[in-house]
Design a protein around this ligand. Structure first.
Ligand code: F3S
Length: 240
């Protein structure tokens, strides 16, 4: 099949402003968007820059905007997103400074993520064997622990546009995951962070994050659970 990829090009520090460049190529019908990018880089323009690693929707590296929607280039088949004339548009993720072409500086994503204390701080008296949590606790986390941190959800959330400090869907979903881990000792501290002005109450339940997530996760559900937990803590002062 023949298709034309319109790609937003930009190099940080370059005098040339961001501009679109079209690449027309011939690909097999099964080609993914990432296959198309590899084809362009290998045979048309070696300077085209994008991230990728696993090619299996596991590492999250190749998240980009495809026709304005955030997703993984390796998981998206080109024929599913091109228009009737074989055209599709690729742009870098939003809310993160562009380094070159489709590669963004992910610091704003990771700053949000680190802000919610995304690790377990165990009690001092650690057991000698495995420090396990119960299947019930894992169930309560929902699917939040399977996030691959691709950043597609953050890029799709319109709230970040008006509140650049909003913690965003993936960080809040991670907060829900760690708030349900009985091995952790910093739950109260984490809850205070997500109960702040830039936390769970900023979500307007737009649901874009669910649509963008390539792993089928539901950050909106996790945010709602966190809100419920905060309210229960305030009303009853305990875990329920
Ligand atoms: Fe944003 Fe998702 Fe809430 S898109 S507004 S975090 S439901």
């Amino acid at each position: 099949m023949q298709l034309t990829l319109r790609i937003l090009r930009f190099t940080q520090g370059d005098a040339q402003p961001p501009h679109y460049q079209d690449f027309t190529l011939e690909m097999p019908p099964s080609a993914t968007v990432l296959d198309c990018l590899e084809e362009i880089k290998g045979h048309q323009d070696g300077s085209l820059t994008f991230r990728r690693s696993c090619r299996s929707a596991i590492c999250g590296s190749c998240a980009v905007r495809i026709n304005g929607r955030s997703g993984l280039a390796c998981k998206t088949q080109a024929r599913d997103v091109m228009d009737s004339r074989g055209r599709l548009t690729l742009e870098p993720l939003r809310y993160q400074p562009v380094i070159k072409d489709l590669v963004v500086d992910q610091s704003p994503y990771w700053q949000r993520y680190h802000a919610i204390i995304p690790w377990v701080t165990p009690k001092a008296d650690l057991p000698e064997r495995e420090n396990r949590i119960s299947p019930h606790e894992v169930e309560r986390m929902g699917t939040a622990e399977t996030c691959i941190n691709c950043g597609a959800c953050l890029s799709s959330c319109p709230i970040v546009l008006t509140d650049p400090d909003y913690l965003g869907p993936s960080a809040l979903a991670a907060a829900w995951r760690f708030c349900n881990d009985s091995r952790d000792t910093r739950r109260a501290e984490r809850l205070k962070i997500v109960d702040s002005a830039n936390g769970v109450w900023r979500c307007h339940t737009v649901f874009n994050c669910i649509e963008a997530c390539p792993k089928g996760l539901n950050p909106t559900w996790a945010i709602t659970q966190l809100r419920n937990l905060i309210m229960r803590e305030k009303l009853f002062g305990g875990h329920s």
